[in-house]
Design a protein around this ligand. Structure first.
Ligand SMILES: Cc1ncc(C[n+]2csc(CCOP(=O)(O)OP(=O)(O)O)c2C)c(N)n1
Ligand SMILES: [Mg+2]
Length: 369
């Protein structure tokens, strides 16, 4: 008998509502009200402004390593826009725009990025998880939280985001499978920003779209223009509503681009061409949305200036608060990884470190051990 081989179609169909000139598809436009549109615009501008400020602070030695989200503002704000405070958000590390939308204070995010343990304190009344640096490892936790919502009979949903690189981790595949089998109320957003540090998407996976994996796990998948805020709002709202009404998980691939370095420790000019960056600059999520808002009369030059100065002031105040809180304590370098049961080698290193630190603080000359 001849063998039958199933060849999945490797074609790509992408939801897009705003074109590069900011013209919306009238049928697909979610027709958000004026206040919501301005709130979303302000959140995107705030994310980008904070991004620039954090890079400057890092360059001046006032901030730890930082992962900028420039270019991914629509993917981020659009994802969390339709969540309720009682829903859950489990972010990856490049998500501070979405985290601010969810209620994280600027000084708190700065504490986090500057390596302070207190930075992980969750905001009161917000059901978020702290972000994860270990790529993909928050996705099984998010899936577990979603399964718990079913067990507890709540109508809350979970939304988690992760990168194109993270999508190759076993953690993500296992989560997709568990979520589908248990019909968990969760939305998976893969922010495909083209690169996992220096590795381009084409070398990450053989498929053309991460959304193609969805049917193989038994859930709906959508590929969305991640630089189009209206498309992101529409797609995630549909997925969140489905999860809330018992329809189970969805995988959304938000196609976007990381306009900046991977982190402040990286130099992207080594591995990608300027013309690639220029191509994506033309698709910039903020300027596209701005054109739409200007054309529809929601935004004008004076509102734009006011929003820019409100955002500047908010960030200035956040930074002041951060500076008051950020008091490094050299004693606690070893303290958090093994709070209860520190391995003996680490204990010995800690004692040696504390001895040297005390000697240095007392102005004594250090002797080798
Ligand atoms: C499990 C694990 N492996 C490797 C790393 C090192 N690492 C940090 S970020 C990164 C690339 C992640 O790329 P992607 O998932 O596309 O997210 P992006 O940084 O583009 O937002 C890697 C390999 C890590 N943090 N965790
Ligand atoms: Mg990536």
């Amino acid at each position: 008998m001849p063998r039958k081989t199933i060849v999945p179609e490797n074609t790509v169909d992408e939801l897009s509502i705003l074109d590069e000139e900011g013209r919306a598809d009238a049928e697909l436009d979610p027709k958000m009200d004026r206040d919501s549109l301005l709130k979303v615009y302000q959140a995107m501008v705030k994310a980008r402004t904070l991004d620039d400020r954090m890079i400057t602070m890092q360059r001046q030695g006032q901030m730890g390593t930082f992962a900028p989200g420039r270019g991914q503002e629509a993917a981020q704000i659009g994802s969390v826009y339709s969540l309720r405070p009682t829903d859950w958000f489990a972010p990856s590390y490049r998500s501070f725009g979405a985290q601010m939308w969810r209620g994280w204070a600027i000084d708190q995010l700065m504490m986090l990025w500057d390596g302070y343990f207190e930075g992980f304190d969750l905001p009161e009344g917000i059901n978020d998880l702290p972000f994860s640096i270990v790529i993909g490892c928050h996705v099984p936790l998010a899936t577990g939280v979603a399964m718990a919502q079913t067990c507890q009979g709540t109508d809350s949903v979970v939304l988690t985001n992760f990168g194109d690189g993270a999508s190759s981790e076993g953690d993500v595949s296992e989560s997709l499978n568990f979520a589908a089998v248990h019909n968990a109320p969760i939305v998976f957003i893969c922010e495909n920003n083209g690169y996992a540090i220096s590795l381009p998407f084409e070398k990450q996976t053989k498929i053309k779209s991460i959304a193609h994996r969805a049917p193989a796990f038994g859930m709906p998948g959508m590929r969305v223009d991640g630089n189009d805020i209206l498309a992101m709002v529409s797609a995630t709202k549909e997925a969140i509503d489905r999860a809330r009404s018992g329809g189970g998980p969805t995988l959304i691939e938000a196609v976007t681009f990381r306009m900046e370095m991977h982190t402040t420790a990286d130099d992207p000019t080594v591995y990608r061409a300027d013309n690639e960056v220029a191509r994506w600059t033309a698709r910039d999520p903020i300027s596209r949305f701005e054109k739409y808002l200007l054309a529809s009369g929601v935004l004008d030059a004076s509102i734009k200036t006011r929003i820019a100065s409100d955002v500047d002031e908010e960030i200035r105040l956040g930074r002041e608060k951060f500076k008051q809180r950020a008091k490094p304590n050299a004693q606690e370098v070893f303290d958090y990884m093994y709070a209860a049961d520190m391995p003996p080698e680490l204990k010995a290193q800690k004692n040696e470190y504390l001895r040297k630190l005390a000697a240095r603080l007392a102005g004594k000359k250090l002797t080798p051990v």
